[in-house]
Design a protein around this ligand. Structure first.
Ligand SMILES: [Ca+2]
Ligand SMILES: [Ca+2]
Length: 461
């Protein structure tokens, strides 16, 4: 019978399990936590000897953690219970994963793998009614915000991507710029009812009052109106005038009008009639002082007169009222104007294509001794096409000027009388035409009919 096996050695940091030492018996070795077996974990007693040497218990080593791009591993002990930390090389990188990892007993690092990722705050978006400038959202990048015209930025106009992946400041919004109601002066009127950025309000005073403060005001970017509050003060000039006829003139005429004059005359005649105003003399500081004429019913702008006119001229309203303003600036003056008015039944104001001009009674004979004035203010090139023209030759005359504010010989574009057949259209590339028809006191004819038509480039040659 063979002898027993010798007492086996116990590995450092390990334990021996099993007390039997006879042939055929098995013993086992176990290592303490954090140590692993180096060698076979058991031995069998065979022929009085252990068939395997005593194993070692080696300290667990997790090995170097995977390298970290744009960062570094701090710590060089990778064995059981050792800790390593990770850091990123530059501020614009942010660590993702575990900042600290510990080597565990199973040889695996605790936590999750660390990466250094470039910082990004993400697209902050554009405000409604505005836009963003800047397409890069990394650390230290700046995006700027602007609002569309007419909107004001509320919040941060620029934001910087911070290290914590958040934008600094607050996301802006764009608020519509509204200057608020600027009011309406007593004894006056206001044209315009929109108060947002860029909108313009125009003031006027009733006849007999003159405006103080700003005649027009615009809503500005900063939410305030330009100019100063409009007021209507009693005026020494201007009046409401009622037909059938009368006169009016600039202040002090024929002596000089004052600086900063503002006079408004509104002349009304019975419904169905029109007002013809004749300027018998006219002399103002050119382009600085002058007269504005509007239809008194539709408020359509007819013309503006300024400078010196050497002969009398007239304007006729379309409705049964005409609205005239005389305005002078703060320096230099002249004698101004003298005017008369009367109610008439011919002439008028044309502002659109396809409108017609006809002699009174057309197609029957026009009356003797008439003066008819038409203002054609179409606002774009047009041509006047006559479908008929027949007046007393040599005495009953139709004249056309290319302007509503100048009536010199060089402004005259046609001057016709008698009977005409197949007339070429008369073109007005400037969008305006001033027509005057006069008949003398003897003999008439059927007159004329003409229509405002679209401008044709190739007509007229
Ligand atoms: Ca002046
Ligand atoms: Ca005649």
């Amino acid at each position: 019978m063979a002898a027993d096996c010798p007492e086996p050695a116990v590995p450092d940091h390990g334990t021996l399990i099993g007390l039997q030492r006879k042939n055929g018996d098995t013993i086992r070795y176990e290592c303490d936590l954090g140590y692993k077996l180096g060698g076979q974990g058991y031995a069998i007693c065979q022929e009085s000897a252990w068939n395997s040497p005593t194993p070692s218990c080696d300290l667990v080593n997790c090995g170097a953690p995977p390298p970290i791009e744009n960062g570094q591993i701090n710590g060089s002990d990778f064995s059981y219970k050792a800790k390593v930390t990770f850091s990123c090389n530059a501020e614009n990188f942010k660590l993702q994963g575990s900042r600290e990892r510990t080597c565990q007993a199973d040889g695996i690092w605790s936590g999750t793998r660390a990466y250094c990722l470039e910082n990004s705050c993400g697209n902050p978006g554009s405000p409604l009614n505005g836009f963003k400038v800047g397409e890069s959202y990394m650390y230290d990048d700046i995006v700027q915000f602007e609002c569309n015209e007419g909107y004001r930025l509320i919040g941060s106009s620029s934001r910087t991507c911070k290290r914590d992946n958040n934008w600094d400041g607050t996301q802006p919004s764009c608020q519509i710029i509204d200057c608020g109601d600027p009011g309406t002066p007593e004894n006056g009127e206001r044209v315009g009812s929109e108060f947002t950025y860029g909108k313009v309000i125009v003031y006027d005073c009733n006849p007999g009052y003159q405006i103080a403060g700003s005649r027009s005001r615009a809503c500005q970017l900063n939410g305030t109106w330009t100019g100063s509050v409009a007021r209507c003060d009693v005026s020494a000039c201007g009046a409401n005038l009622v037909g059938p006829s009368g006169t009016f003139s600039s202040p002090n005429n024929p002596n000089s009008y004052p600086d900063n004059a503002y006079c408004r005359w509104k002349i009304s005649v019975p419904a169905g009639k029109k007002v013809m105003v004749t300027f018998n003399s006219f002399k103002t500081q050119k382009d600085k002082d002058g007269v504005e004429i509007y239809d008194g019913v539709s408020h359509t702008f007819i013309t503006m007169l300024s400078g010196v006119y050497s002969k009398a001229f007239s304007f006729t309203s379309e409705g049964n009222a005409i609205d005239i303003r005389f305005i002078s600036d703060g320096s230099e003056n002249s004698e101004g104007f003298s005017a008369s008015y009367k109610q008439v039944t011919c002439g008028g104001v044309l502002t659109d294509l396809e409108q017609t001009v006809m002699s009174p009674n057309y197609p029957n004979d026009y009356p003797n001794s008439i003066l008819c004035v038409w203002s054609l203010n179409i606002g774009k090139p047009f041509q006047l096409e006559f479908e008929k023209f027949h007046t007393e030759s040599g005495y009953d005359l139709m004249q056309g000027y290319r302007s509503l504010s100048s009536f010199t010989q060089s402004d005259l574009i046609f001057d016709i009388d008698g009977e005409r057949f197949a007339m070429e259209p008369i073109q007005a590339s400037g969008g305006q035409m001033y027509l005057v028809f006069t008949s003398n006191n003897y003999r008439t004819a059927p007159g004329f009919k003409a229509t405002v038509k679209k401008y044709q480039i190739n007509v007229g040659k």
